[in-house]
Design a protein around this ligand. Structure first.
Ligand code: ADP
Ligand code: MG
Length: 251
């Protein structure tokens, strides 16, 4: 569904992403992990159209999307989570979901697809699914962090993604909130076949949620595989997980 092909992104002399390739199949939850500063967010921004790649191609459902504006990428159905605090300031939970739904409805390329999203056609159904109904009339920006993060995923869903891009959806959450959101991401895939690219620092969650994982270090891909393959990969342990392995990662 998504093919990232030999992507390089330079900032001046700094090569933030260096010749990285990976692909994500339809219905797959694909993790992108690596140490701080390894280029995860930069790659995420290239995929979502916020940065123009210095080199390489990105294909989404066989259509070249590298270098398209964020707006155009979203129109193709590749939806990233919104930054709640800037986008939804002053709006209630319900209004936030409504706006995202209206954006999708007025977008011809999104309105006609997504039978798997039939369950999410109405705002109430979305709020219900994400346990947000009781907070529907509250202002989004005063909600606890975990609820805000849930809302950002709910609004992304309301925009009818063919594929969802999540950049650290679990950052700053407590273990209970993390488990809850991780379970939701998994349920969206299991129940509706949603395809997800997940950039996340919390290794345990990544290992439990992702089908396949790409590991980058200093801008380069160093490994790719299932959670158990990655956890046992010597190069990944040396560069990222450390000698204590999984238990020591994600801090
Ligand atoms: P990660 O998300 O894995 O922590 P980033 O993608 O944020 O890593 O950063 C990778 C490298 O790219 C870092 O060296 C960072 O300083 C650099 N970088 C990221 N964004 C920019 C930018 N807008 N301008 C210049 N350098 C940047
Ligand atoms: Mg980052």
């Amino acid at each position: 569904m998504l093919a990232v092909e030999n992507i390089t992104k330079r900032f001046g002399s700094n090569v933030a992403v260096n010749d990285v390739s990976f692909s994500v199949a339809k219905g797959e939850i694909h993790g992108l992990i690596g140490p701080n500063g390894s280029g995860k967010t930069t790659l995420f921004n290239v995929v979502s159209g916020f940065y123009v790649p210095t080199d390489g191609n990105i294909r989404f459902e066989d259509k070249p999307i590298g270098g398209l504006s964020p707006h155009r990428v979203a129109r193709e159905g590749l939806i990233r989570t919104f930054q709640l605090t800037s986008v939804f300031r002053g709006l209630s939970v319900r209004e936030s979901v409504d706006i995202a739904r209206n954006v999708a409805r007025s977008n011809p390329s999104l309105s006609g697809h997504g039978n798997w999203l039939a369950d999410f056609r109405e705002t109430d159904a979305i709020l219900e699914y994400f346990d947000l109904a009781s907070s529907a009339n509250r202002h989004a920006d005063v909600l606890p962090g975990g609820v805000q993060r849930t809302l950002s995923i709910a609004t992304a869903l309301a925009a009818r993604p063919r594929m969802l891009l999540l950049d650290e959806p679990l950052a700053g959450l407590n273990p209970t909130e993390k488990a809850k959101i991780a379970a939701k991401i998994r349920a969206l895939r299991d129940g509706f076949g949603l395809t997800v690219l997940l950039v996340e620092h919390d290794i345990k969650s990544v290992f439990s949620v992702c089908d396949n994982i790409t590991v980058i270090n200093i801008g380069r891909k160093i490994a790719e595989g299932t959670a158990s393959e990655i956890a046992a990969n010597e190069t990944v342990i040396r560069a990222y997980l450390g000698s204590a392995g999984v238990n020591n990662a994600g801090r």
